[in-house]
Write a protein that binds this ligand. Structure first.
Ligand SMILES: [Zn+2]
Length: 354
């Protein structure tokens, strides 16, 4: 790593989906670099990205509407949530995307590794090998008996969000609307409660980003692991239901957990606009707020690279040193930067994984 900063370990990206949905699907753009990707190996090296949660996300069958951008006067929005997916559709795509990650690791000549344990993660960060966590964003590919959960665990699955925003047999997520409170809809189903217990017993991290408030509090009651929201900011600063209320932030901290600040401009800005012309200081503002509220040990980064609208100065992973410099300029010293960059993630994963 050639940056003056500690390697950044990142809470969320949708890069695998990009690779998998491209025609033809292949891993060369990632390995050699491609302008269309926010994260690829050359940009990771240039930006000091040490690794992160690589999401397996099952796309909607029909695209949702676009978020309000620069020219829209009214920045409020409310999209109906897509319908539940059929499990066979989800299972086929999930299998394909997991295979894509396994092939990527195999084709990378030792430059990429899928980490399955905390020591592996530390070693990869120390050695400059890109550390991927196999993460499910939404559990549509998992059945009620958890057979698929065990099979995917054996393949490397170590983190799972019960829902992306659309509902499934386990839980209900927050809709894409602004402004809005996250307290919308019912909590975990009985199957969802079983999923939390099964993840706890396997040592799979449970991701609370995208869960609605009742689901969040159900996990808070049930789970024996630290609470984690991989890619969500502060609701007090941007009233998206994808962000965390003060009470949720307090609960995450009380459990020893962590929240990764999302770089999507529509989740950062007070006006909720998805607009590239957004200063990096918006990310710093969320970090500051969360550090002030719950302490430096519970705040990290969760970019949403390859899945959202990034600020101009951080259009891809190569821009991460600019963010680290902005955090440094805001007064964070070396130890604090190390915690935000990767230390908090490492601590929480070590406490969660078996
Ligand atoms: Zn997401």
């Amino acid at each position: 790593m050639s940056t003056p900063f500690p390697p950044v370990f990142d809470g969320h990206n949708d890069t695998v989906l990009r690779l998998h949905m491209a025609k033809p699907a292949n891993n060369e753009p990632f390995l050699k670099g491609d302008d269309r990707l926010h994260i690829d190996l050359p940009k990771a090296k240039a930006g000091g990205l040490g690794g992160g949660f690589f999401a397996i996300f099952i796309p909607n069958k029909k695209p949702m509407g676009g978020f309000p951008g620069t020219k829209d006067g009214d920045t409020s929005y409310a999209f109906p949530l897509p319908k539940e997916l059929h499990r066979t559709y989800a299972m086929n795509l999930a299998t394909g995307m997991v295979a894509r990650m396994l092939r990527l690791e195999a084709e990378s000549d030792g430059q990429v590794t899928i980490v399955r344990g905390a020591d592996e993660l530390t070693t990869a960060l120390d050695d400059g090998v890109l550390a991927m966590i196999l993460h499910f964003e939404g559990a549509e590919a998992i059945d009620r008996n958890f057979d698929a959960l065990h099979v995917f665990y054996a393949a490397g699955l170590r983190s799972l969000g019960p829902v992306w925003s659309r509902p499934n047999i386990f839980a209900h997520g927050v809709p894409f609307q602004f402004p809005s409170d996250p307290d919308i809809g019912p909590g975990l189903t009985d199957a969802g409660k079983g999923l939390v217990r099964e993840c706890n017993s396997l040592g799979i991290l449970i991701d609370l980003s995208h869960l609605n408030a009742k689901g969040f509090w159900d996990v808070e009651t049930l789970s024996t692991a630290p609470l984690v929201a991989t890619h969500s900011g502060a609701h007090a600063l941007c009233a998206s239901p994808r962000n965390l209320t003060d009470k949720q932030l307090d609960a995450i901290a009380a459990s020893g957990g962590v929240a990764g600040v999302n770089f999507h401009t529509g989740f950062l800005r007070e006006d909720g606009r998805s607009q590239e012309e957004t200063s990096l200081t918006e990310i710093v503002r969320h970090v500051d707020y969360m550090v002030e509220r719950v302490g430096i040990d519970h705040v990290a980064l969760g970019s949403d690279f390859d899945g959202a609208t990034m600020p101009t100065d951080l259009v891809n992973a190569a821009g991460l040193p600019k963010l680290m410099a902005a955090l440094q300029a805001a007064g964070y010293g070396p130890e604090e930067l190390a915690k935000i960059a990767n230390g908090n993630w490492q601590r929480v994963l070590r406490a969660t994984w078996k």
